[in-house]
Design a protein around this ligand. Structure first.
Ligand code: ATP
Ligand code: MG
Length: 301
C-alpha cells in the first residue's frame, strides 16, 4: 500500500477524500483541511443523509487511522462514553484476597487499569500505533446538555480525570469529527472549540459525481435522470427530502430492475426507495412523478 501523506493543501484534502470515494465541494474540503492543520474538532451539521458521518469513516480509512465512534443518544453518560469500573471483577478480586487470608491493599489493587473498562472517549485519548485516531462523535444533538458540558471539558484539554487513577491526557489530540442533525441547537461554548461547517445537499454536478463513484454500474444517462429527479423532490418541501443515500439506493434499485431510463410507472413503483413517508409518496405519485420524469429526461440530455 502507498504511504499515507497527511494533506498539506486544500487540493490534497479534496484528493484524499476522493481516494476514499467521497466527493466533497471546495468549502467542505477547506473546513476539513483547516481542522486537520489546526488540530481542532470539526463540527458538521446538516440534514439527514448528506454525508456527515461518512467523512469520519473515509478519513479513518484513507489516513489509516483507527476509527473510534461514540454514538450519542438521550441519557448517554460518563460510564458509557468514557469509562466504568468492572465491578464484578473487582468483587471477585476482593473475594480472592479475603480467601487467601493475605493482607494486601485490596482497594489500591482493584482501582488499577486492569479493572477499568475503557469507553470511546478514553480510548481516543490513548496512544495508537497508527497515530492519533479519528474520533467520531455522532449525532451529538441526541444527548442532553450535561453530557455536552462534560464533552466540552474533554475537547478543551483532551484529557479526562479518573479520581481513583489520575489524569489521562492525549499525547497528540485525536482527529475529532462531531455531527448533528440539528434537532436542537448545540451550545455555543462547544461550537467555539470547533470549526463549523454546514453540510448541504450537493448540486447536480456533484451528486452525479457521487453516483459515479458509489454506483458505477448505473449508466451516466440513468444516473443523470435520477439526480435531476431527486433534486426536483428536494425543492418540494417534503416532510423528509431524500438524502444522498436515497439517491444511491434508488439508482441501484432501478439498475436492478434493468431500467435504462426513468418512466412514470417504474418511478411510482419504486418511490419507497427515495421517500420514506407515506404522505410524501402520495404527493409525488402520479402527476408530479410523470412531470418530473419529463423534465428529468430533458435536463439530463
Ligand atoms: N459526498 C459524498 N461522496 C460520496 N458518498 C456520499 C457523499 N455524501 C454521502 N454519501 C453517501 O451517502 C450515505 C449517507 O451518508 P451519511 O451516513 O454520512 O449521512 P449523514 O449526513 O451522516 O446522515 P444522518 O444524519 O442520517 O446520519 C453514505 O453511506 C455515503 O455512501
Ligand atoms: Mg450520520
Amino acid at each position: 500500500m502507498a504511504p499515507i501523506t497527511f494533506p498539506t493543501t486544500i487540493d490534497q484534502t479534496t484528493e484524499l477524500l476522493r481516494s476514499g470515494g467521497y466527493v466533497s465541494d471546495r468549502a467542505l474540503a477547506t473546513s476539513l483541511y483547516l481542522a486537520l492543520a489546526m488540530k481542532r474538532p470539526l463540527f458538521l451539521e446538516g440534514e439527514a443523509g448528506v454525508g456527515k458521518t461518512e467523512i469520519a469513516k473515509v478519513l479513518s480509512s484513507t489516513l489509516q487511522r483507527d476509527l473510534i465512534r461514540l454514538q450519542c443518544y438521550e441519557g448517554l453518560d460518563v460510564s458509557s462514553a468514557v469509562y466504568e469500573w468492572n465491578y464484578p471483577r473487582q468483587i471477585m478480586a476482593i473475594r480472592l484476597v479475603e480467601a487467601s487470608g493475605k493482607s494486601t491493599d485490596a482497594a489500591q489493587q482493584i482501582y488499577s487499569e486492569q479493572y477499568l473498562i475503557k469507553r470511546p472517549l478514553l480510548q481516543a485519548l490513548e496512544k495508537h500505533d497508527s497515530g492519533p485516531p479519528v474520533l467520531l462523535i455522532d449525532e451529538l444533538d441526541r444527548t442532553d446538555e450535561p453530557f455536552e458540558a462534560f464533552l466540552l471539558e474533554v475537547l478543551s484539554d483532551f484529557q479526562v480525570t479518573i479520581p481513583e487513577l489520575g489524569t489521562v491526557k492525549a499525547e497528540q489530540p485525536p482527529i475529532v469529527i462531531i455531527t448533528s442533525n440539528r434537532t436542537r441547537e448545540i451550545h455555543d461554548a462547544l461550537k467555539r472549540r470547533c470549526l463549523y461547517h454546514w453540510v448541504d445537499y450537493p448540486n447536480a454536478d456533484r451528486e452525479r459525481a457521487i453516483l459515479a463513484a458509489k454506483a458505477p454500474d448505473v449508466g451516466a444517462s440513468l444516473g443523470a435522470q435520477v439526480v435531476s429527479f431527486v433534486q426536483m423532490l428536494r425543492g418540494m418541501e417534503l416532510f423528509k427530502p431524500p438524502g444522498i443515500a436515497e439517491t444511491i439506493d434508488w439508482a441501484m434499485a432501478l439498475k436492478t430492475l434493468n431500467a435504462r431510463e426513468l418512466d412514470p410507472a417504474t418511478v411510482d413503483a419504486t418511490l419507497g426507495v427515495v421517500l420514506k413517508y407515506q404522505d410524501d409518496i402520495v404527493r409525488v405519485r402520479g402527476d408530479v412523478a410523470a412531470k418530473g420524469v419529463v423534465s428529468a429526461k430533458k435536463a439530463a440530455e
